[in-house]
Structure formats: structure tokens, C-alpha cells
Design a protein around this ligand. Structure first.
Ligand code: SF4
Length: 490
């Protein structure tokens, strides 16, 4: 086997992952609402790094700041936070997939209605948004952005119901998809989860202040208490009278995104009643039970492979070692090296820990393989450091299908698992052996044995191809790249 020098640039490692598209946050009744929202969004930064926005309400006026870039780069001055006056706010971090990354798509979106102002921040993807948008354009609606969220806003605007909550229910009944959203009106903070609860949303409390967020880690940073998950299909309405719950959708068996446990959620979050770090360790233990191999050390691909590697090491009795060291000071803004420097084998983000790896039989644990390009480079790096054998163990089933529910995934034909069987993938990434966690093993690790392949408890479509929500826009034909009125042909 020949091995070329590995070249791992700053962004490659992250780019070979599925990406969560957004994180959302809402707060009602706190004098420092905007500052708390900025902190909450900072804790949710892993869910989206391309843009951030906050809209606040001071009892008379809404204030908004939205910008491309990280939360810390955009909400970093006292004067900026002071401009976002008021005791209520909603915020959003975004990793763009649906709608290109331009400022007009950055959320929260804000609109003036008959009933007053409304700001909406949305996480997920509407699977019939294009069909609904076409119908709205025919009725005369003029869209300002390419984001799904604007479709919700137009449906609310034309609804014949009188209250904002009823209008919102009316809008969401016409839409299909996987989503959580937070909305701010002059009187209320509203949180809503799709009927199958694919995307997460949690309710928290800080004294008399109520909070909504994608994950509990956004409460921890504020010293707030996690109260409960917003239920699938539930609307929570928070106002001066407290919290009210409405369940307007037909009850359906929930299908929470199982990938939140594998990679998306922060390990310190509690997701659907389970600590993500503990679940990831169980996943690693299950992986060791399913595909043990004799080896000298278990090495995580940092950072996301660490909890599963710990679980694997504990279960297998093979020592856990940090055989790859991550440089935490490589930001997204680091200038990519020129070709001249690149061919020196610059490893910006990871470096093999030579003293540990030389002559060893290594089990490399990673959370997923998407295109496989990064896995090959990591394996090359470990071999170049002198490892005698490299066995890759992946703490998820093969990702063979794209996600259409708010996660940025390459097209199916770019997914390594859709192009090769396990042996073929092992050859592609040049490992001695390769094994993935089985889907049943994943369910066991999450603590809920897969009851029935035809009625699973989670969304696992990127592994199984079983899409729980209709992909209406896709089955109706290709969606044009350019969504503006100018290209509307009908
Ligand atoms: Fe999550 Fe995969 Fe379902 Fe997408 S397809 S929602 S990533 S489980």
C-alpha cells in the first residue's frame, strides 16, 4: 500500500461532516434580553457559524441586528447590545443551505402585519416550501428572500384568522417539513415544533423569565433551568400570564433526528431526556461489542469522535490515547496556504502524535463518514506517523442517503456509503479493517431498541432511506436555483 503525504486544511475536517443548519433562542421577561440571547446563541454556535441575528422588543419598538459571521464577532460591544433594547428577544445562528448565504436570508426575519410586528427564527427545512411559494407568488405575494421562513411569514399575512397564534397554526397546517421555530410578537414569545418533532426545541426558566432554545447548553451558559422539551406538534405561548400549551396537529408517533445524538448536539446538552455525552459513550460501547478488533490503542478523531472512543475503549479494554492532536487556534478565517506551502504537508488542524502511534495497532474512532475525503487524510496521517495497523470504527451506520430535513448533506452520489460497500469503502480510505455501528446497535445505544423497522421511533433516513415526512418539492420536479419572480415562468 502506498501512502502520500497528508494535507489537511483548516476547513476540510468540518466540511466532511453533515452540518446542522441552525440554532434558535428566545427569551421573555428579562431586562438584559439581548445580552442573554447573544450568550445563548454563543452556546449554540456549533449549530451554525455563517450568520447570526437578534430581534428584540422594548414594548414599543422592535430592534434588529443581523450579520454574516460568528456571534462573538457581531454581538461584542455594549453599545450594540444596548441598541437591542427590551425585555424580550429572539435570536438565530445559521449554517446556510436553504436559501443562499446573503444578508437578506439571515434570520430572525421580521415583518409588519395587521396585528403588529412579528420576528421569526426557524431551524429546519420545509419540504413543500417551493410548491407553496409558487402558489403564493401567483396570488401576488412578493418575496424578498429565498429562505423557507419567508413562506411562513406570507402564509401568516394572508391567513383569515384573527389572532397571531391561530394564523400561525393556519400557516403551519399548510406546510410540511422538519422544523422548530421561535417567534416574537408585541405581546408574546411563541415556540413551535413540527408534528413529528424531528428538530429539537427546549423550554427553560431563569427566575420569572422563560426561555426557548434548540439545546439545553444555551440554558447552562445563563445559569437557567431546563424545564422540558417542547413536544412534537406543540405550540408554547409565553406572555405576561405565563406559559400556555396548544397541540393543534393530529398526534403522530414522534421521529426525532437520531443524528443529533451522534454528532449535531453539544455533548453537554440533554436531548429528549438523555445526556448526549452519555449516549455517545454508549454508542462507542455498542460499536466495540459489535466489531471488536485486537489493537494496542483506541484513538479518537478529535473532537467529535472522543466520547464514542471513550465508550469503545472502556468496553473493549483497549487503552484510550490521544493519537491525533487538534490545533484549536485554527479559525475559519485562517488564510488557506498557497499550493507551495500546501505540498509541504501542512496540517493546520490536526497532527499525529508520533511518539504514541509508532509501531502500534490503532483503532481510529470517528462519528461518521460522509464523502470519505477527510477519513483518507486522517488515515494517511496516522500511517505516516508509523502506525502498524489502522482499523477504522465509525459510531454511526453508513450515511448512504441525503437529509432533506434541515441538515446540510452532499448529494447522494457524493456520499461514500452510497457508492461503495464496506469493503470498497475500506479500500478507498486505505484502512486494514472498517466497521460501522448497525442501525439496531444505534437504537440500542440510544436506549430504545428498534421496535419495528417499518415504524421506527426516530428519523434515521440518512441511514435507512426511510423518509418520515413527504419530500413534496423533490417529487414535484427540480427546484430552480434562482427563486425570484423574474424566473417564474408560469
Ligand atoms: Fe437527522 Fe438523518 Fe433524519 Fe436528517 S435524515 S433529520 S440527519 S436522522
Amino acid at each position: 500500500m502506498t501512502h502520500s503525504t497528508s494535507h489537511l486544511t483548516a476547513s476540510e475536517r468540518d466540511d466532511d461532516h453533515l452540518h446542522e443548519e441552525c440554532g434558535i433562542f428566545g427569551i421573555f421577561g428579562h431586562q438584559d434580553a439581548a445580552a442573554h440571547t447573544a450568550l445563548g446563541l454563543h452556546a449554540l454556535q456549533h449549530r451554525g457559524q455563517e450568520a447570526a441575528g437578534i430581534v428584540s422588543f422594548d414594548g414599543e419598538h422592535f430592534h434588529s441586528h443581523r450579520a454574516l459571521g460568528l456571534v462573538g464577532d457581531n454581538f461584542n460591544s455594549e453599545s450594540m447590545i444596548r441598541r437591542l433594547d427590551g425585555s424580550r428577544a429572539v435570536g438565530h445562528v445559521r449554517y446556510s443551505t436553504s436559501g443562499e448565504t446573503v444578508l437578506r436570508n439571515v434570520q430572525p426575519l421580521f415583518a409588519d402585519f395587521e396585528f403588529g410586528g412579528l420576528a421569526i427564527a426557524h431551524n429546519g427545512n420545509l419540504t413543500n416550501a417551493y410548491q407553496v411559494r409558487r402558489a403564493l407568488v401567483r396570488q401576488g405575494c412578493i418575496f424578498q428572500s429565498t429562505s423557507d421562513t419567508e413562506t411562513i411569514i406570507h402564509l401568516i399575512a394572508i391567513s383569515h384568522y384573527s389572532t397571531v397564534v391561530d394564523r400561525m397554526i393556519d400557516a403551519m397546517r399548510q406546510l410540511e417539513g422538519a422544523y422548530s421555530l421561535v417567534a416574537l410578537t408585541q405581546k408574546k414569545l411563541i415556540g413551535l415544533r413540527d408534528p413529528l418533532g424531528v428538530r429539537p426545541l427546549v423550554l427553560g426558566r431563569l427566575g420569572d423569565t422563560h426561555l426557548l432554545a434548540s439545546e439545553t447548553c444555551a440554558f447552562d451558559i445563563l445559569g437557567a433551568k431546563f424545564i422540558r422539551d417542547v413536544e412534537p406538534g406543540e405550540i408554547v405561548v409565553i406572555d405576561e400570564d405565563g406559559v400556555r400549551s396548544i397541540k393543534p396537529f393530529v398526534k403522530a408517533p414522534p421521529r426525532f433526528c437520531i443524528f443529533e445524538y451522534i454528532y449535531f448536539a453539544r455533548p453537554d446538552s440533554v436531548v429528549e431526556g438523555k445526556n448526549v455525552y452519555a449516549v455517545r459513550k454508549c454508542i462507542g460501547a455498542e460499536l466495540a461489542r459489535e466489531s471488536h478488533v485486537d489493537a494496542d490503542m483506541v484513538v479518537p478523531v478529535p473532537d467529535s469522535g472522543v466520547p464514542a472512543a471513550l465508550g469503545y475503549a472502556e468496553q473493549s479494554g483497549v487503552p484510550f490515547e490521544l493519537g491525533i492532536i487538534r490545533n484549536h487556534y485554527v479559525g475559519r478565517t485562517f488564510i488557506e496556504p498557497t499550493d507551495n506551502i500546501r505540498h509541504l504537508g501542512v496540517k493546520l488542524k490536526h497532527n499525529a502524535n508520533l511518539a504514541q502511534l509508532k509501531g502500534k495497532r490503532v483503532v481510529l474512532v470517528d462519528d461518521s463518514i460522509v464523502r470519505g475525503t477527510t477519513s483518507l487524510k486522517i488515515v494517511e496521517m496516522v500511517r505516516s506517523a508509523g502506525a502498524r495497523e489502522v482499523h477504522m470504527r465509525v459510531s454511526s451506520p453508513p450515511t448512504a442517503f441525503s437529509c432533506f430535513y434541515g441538515i446540510d448533506t452532499p448529494a447522494q452520489d457524493e456520499l461514500m456509503a452510497s457508492r461503495f460497500d464496506i469493503d470498497g469503502m475500506a479500500r478507498q480510505i486505505e484502512v486494514d479493517t472498517l466497521a460501522f455501528l448497525s442501525l439496531d446497535g444505534l437504537y440500542r445505544a440510544v436506549g430504545e431498541a428498534r421496535r419495528n423497522a417499518s415504524a421506527p421511533q426516530f428519523c434515521d433516513a440518512c441511514f435507512s432511506g426511510d423518509y418520515p415526512i413527504p419530500l413534496t418539492d423533490r417529487t414535484e420536479g427540480p427546484i430552480p436555483e434562482q427563486l425570484s419572480l423574474l424566473t417564474e415562468q408560469d
